[in-house]
Design a protein around this ligand. Structure first.
Ligand code: FES
Length: 143
């Protein structure tokens, strides 16, 4: 094989690998948006999340507090808000969060942003907390 032909094959394969690698990465990049985590104190068994807490292109805000066994995800859907405990319903493991859903690294369960199980072994949907809107605040009732 002559030198030019070897260079052509080497460059073509490098380009293909780059394109294939990038295309494989694109779906994960689309959900790779920052998610705001708020350290809040409870007020009368509820958390108050300002409605402007959501980072641009993100529809999830996380509430964290030392009194919580697991953080809470507040999910924005148009003008409604829902809140879910970030605890896997399979064996009580903490969940990871993206802007497309929740996932458990222990055995691979996945949930959508409505807390619904998409992938077993979990069989129950996520625990949901009641929410209400009061004066530009999303109130999440924890009891
Ligand atoms: S603990 Fe989450 S899938 Fe098993």
């Amino acid at each position: 094989m002559n030198k030019e032909r070897r260079e052509f094959i080497k460059n073509s394969c490098t380009l293909c690998a780059g394109v294939l690698g990038l295309s494989a990465l694109l779906p994960s990049l689309q959900s790779c948006v920052s998610i705001h985590t708020l350290a809040l104190e409870p007020v009368n068994n509820s958390f108050h999340v300002p409605t402007n807490s959501f980072i641009e292109n993100s529809n999830v805000v996380i509430i964290n507090n030392k009194t919580l066994a697991y953080p809470i995800a507040v999910v924005k859907s148009t003008s409604t808000y829902r809140a879910f405990e970030l605890k896997c319903t399979h064996q009580d493991n903490g969940l990871g969060v993206s802007n497309t859903g929740f996932f458990c690294n222990m055995h691979g369960s996945n949930y959508d942003l409505h807390g619904k199980v998409l992938t077993p072994p979990a069989s129950r949907n996520l625990k949901e907390f009641k929410t209400n809107i009061l004066s530009e605040q999303i109130v999440v009732y924890i009891s």
